[in-house]
Design a protein around this ligand. Structure first.
Ligand SMILES: N[C@@H](CCC(=O)N[C@@H](CS)C(=O)NCC(=O)O)C(=O)O
Length: 104
């Protein structure tokens, strides 16, 4: 699976970072998505979002905002709340270790 994010999955102090939240939820569910940095900005017109990641996001979802999850079945899901809900509903088959999926 692929997770398209903005410039990374860093923490943003004192506010939510939807891309980070989406990745955390997927990892907590035992997934290890390929993280694709889309750069640009969701509010920019297409011409300023010329990276392949942004173009793919637009093609997949009809809009340019990230995060966007593309599941192994090819389903494209946004926004972060829906990705978090998807992760909770679809724990990785071999995870079986809820709470221990944070990379440690
Ligand atoms: N409601 C959206 C908000 C997405 C959002 O604000 N994304 C941040 C990046 S994490 C942003 O600045 N997006 C602009 C962009 O697409 O780069 C969600 O929760 O997914």
């Amino acid at each position: 699976m692929k997770l398209y994010v903005c410039w990374g999955t860093f923490n943003i102090p004192a506010r939510r970072h939807p891309c980070r939240d989406a990745l955390d939820a997927l990892k907590a569910a035992g997934h290890d998505p390929e993280v694709v940095k889309a750069y640009g900005f969701g509010g920019f017109p297409n011409a300023l979002n010329a990276t392949s990641g942004r173009r793919e996001v637009k093609q997949l979802t009809g809009q340019s905002w990230v995060p966007v999850l593309v599941t192994d079945e090819g389903e494209a899901i946004h926004d972060s709340d829906k990705i978090i809900a998807w992760a909770a509903a679809h724990p990785a088959a071999d995870s079986g270790r809820v709470g221990a999926a944070d990379g440690h």
